[in-house]
Design a protein around this ligand. Sequence first.
Ligand SMILES: [Zn+2]
Length: 322
Amino acid sequence: MRHFRLIIPALWLVSLVPCADALAGPAKPGGPSASAPFVVVIDPGHGGRDAGSRGALLLEKDFTLRAAGMLAALLARRSEVKAILTREADTEMTAVQRASVANYNAAALFLTLHADASWRPGARGPAIMVAAPRRPPRVAGEAAQAVAFRWQRSQNIHLASNRRFALSLQRRFAAIRAGERPPIHILAVRNLEGVRMPAAYVSLGVISTPEDEARLSETGEEDPYLTAIARAVLKFAGLTEDLPPKPPVPVEDAPAESSRAPESPRQPESSETETKPPESSQAPEASEHPATPETGVAPPESPQSGADAPVTQNAAPAGEGR
Ligand SMILES: [Zn+2]
């Protein structure tokens, strides 16, 4: 946590462009443009000591980092879209820190990428999750707890947009393997709760199933699932779905990385929590975090917020073993 302060100036720098544009006038009559891009924050699930789920060879945290980078590169082919990663290295982040990147950057969409495991031997294929509606906070006022509860329910006003994005993505995924419609789960997903914009959790496959692990291992920038996500993002942004061919890579090197995420801080105190109970009965600990520049209010972090495994609220998701 001692590094957290370092991230703030970086976040402000990153946020200058979209914020300045947003303040410049009554939001973009003609839709996103190169000067006022649609900002999507892509969150590679897990990282650092939190390896996520495991296949025979592949770790979820490594796959998500690669996939997020490739998705960002795909979206970078469109100047009207600005993709920002929550992490660009094998670093550990809490759910609050991931959400903060999206909130600071005034993103229009937040996607967290995963490749979860399943206890079902034959489980395979992607899955989509969106936040479940949450009861309005019972605590009124500006007390830390009241603010924390509101913060946790920021997905409530985006339910319709979330559903629209999820259905669009589901349709595109289903077209990849005819007849296989990935499920859409509506759950209390910790990684989505603090995000103040439409958001979705996308599991790109079941890493514990050999067939899916092999596919995930070979994921490249032209991967049909990543392309489907990119097109769904474009559609959601109100843009055409064209993805121009990959630009030639300069001789020097450098993968096309249009956007930058702030340095991800280490989280010495967070620990892994896959077996912890759902969060609903736990009060957030607002005091653990420094004030954010956006609100002046410390974002709450509940004790297990380092984990981003979805927490089932109303139903056991098929194929999600975590
Ligand atoms: Zn995961």
